[in-house]
Design a protein around this ligand. Structure first.
Ligand SMILES: [Fe+2]
Length: 246
C-alpha cells in the first residue's frame, strides 16, 4: 500500500483503513486455520504416542506373564513386585509417571530364567555349585535377551542389577553402594518384601509387619539405607492393599 500523503481525502483514507482492516482480518483467519491444523496434528500425534505406549505395555506384560506362567507357585510375583517397587520408586523421587521403563524393568526382572532348566529352577533339594552358578546367570541372560529393545531404556539396568547388594556382595557385577542403579536398589527392597510375604514350600508367608522388621535389618548391608528410609514412610496397609488388588 502507498504511503499516506497530504493529497489523500477523508474518503480515500477511510477506504485505505477499510482495506487494511480486511487484510488484517484475512491474516487473522489464516492464522486461526494454521493454529487449528497444528492442534489437530498434535492431537493425532498424542493419540499415536498413546497407542504406541499401550502396545509397549501390552508386549512387556505378555512377556512377563510368559515368564510367570512357568512358576505357578510364585503366582503374580512380577506384578506385585512392580506395584511395590513403583510405590517405593515414587517415594525415592524416581520419575516413574512420565516414563514407564522402570516398571518394565520390574516386570521383566527374571526374564533370564527362561534359560534355566525346570529341573534346576524347581529342584526341591539344595543346588549343586554348578546349578547355582547357572541360576546366578539369569540377570546377565535377561539383559542380553532385552539388549536391543530400546524402549525398555533403564528398565534393562533393573534386569541386570536386580541381585546386586548395597555391600557389594551381590551379583552379577558385585556393584556396591550408589554405583548400583537406583531403580535396581529400589527393586531389591520390593523383591524382598514380596518374597517374605508370600508362602514358600519351606515356610509360610510373614505378615507385612514382620517383613518390615526383616527389611529394616538389611539396611546398609543388603539394601540402600536411603531406599529403606523411604520404605519406612509407607505404611504396611499400602502394600497390603496393593497385594489384594492384584
Ligand atoms: Fe532374579
Amino acid at each position: 500500500m502507498s504511503p499516506i500523503t497530504g493529497k489523500d481525502t477523508v474518503a480515500s483514507l477511510q477506504a485505505r483503513l477499510e482495506q487494511t482492516e480486511r487484510q488484517a482480518h484475512a491474516r487473522q483467519r489464516q492464522l486461526e486455520r494454521y493454529a487449528a491444523d497444528l492442534r489437530e496434528v498434535f492431537k493425532q500425534e498424542r493419540a499415536r504416542a498413546q497407542e504406541l505406549r499401550h502396545s509397549y505395555i501390552a508386549t512387556v506384560r505378555a512377556l512377563s506373564n510368559a515368564v510367570e506362567a512357568r512358576d505357578a507357585y510364585t503366582g503374580k510375583h512380577a506384578e506385585r513386585v512392580a506395584a511395590y517397587g513403583m510405590e517405593l520408586a515414587r517415594c525415592c523421587g524416581l520419575a516413574v509417571e512420565d516414563s514407564p521403563q522402570i516398571e518394565f524393568g520390574f516386570l521383566l526382572h527374571d526374564v533370564g530364567k527362561v534359560a534355566v532348566p525346570d529341573a534346576i529352577l524347581f529342584k526341591s533339594g539344595s543346588l549343586t555349585e554348578e546349578e547355582y552358578s547357572l541360576v546366578r546367570r539369569h540377570p546377565v541372560i535377561g539383559s542380553e535377551i532385552l539388549r536391543d529393545i530400546d524402549f525398555l531404556g533403564e528398565g534393562k539396568l533393573v534386569v541386570r542389577h536386580h541381585h546386586e547388594r548395597w555391600d557389594g556382595r551381590g551379583y552379577p557385577d558385585g556393584l556396591e553402594g550408589d554405583t548400583i542403579p537406583l531403580a535396581a536398589r529400589v527393586f531389591a527392597v520390593a523383591d524382598a518384601l514380596d518374597a517374605l510375604t508370600t508362602d514358600r514350600p519351606y515356610r509360610p508367608a510373614s505378615s507385612f509387619a514382620d517383613a518390615r522388621r526383616e527389611v529394616l535389618r538389611g539396611a546398609g548391608s543388603q539394601f540402600d539405607p536411603v531406599v529403606v528410609a523411604a520404605y519406612r514412610q509407607i505404611p504396611d496397609r499400602t502394600f497390603e492393599a496393593l497385594k489384594e488388588s492384584l
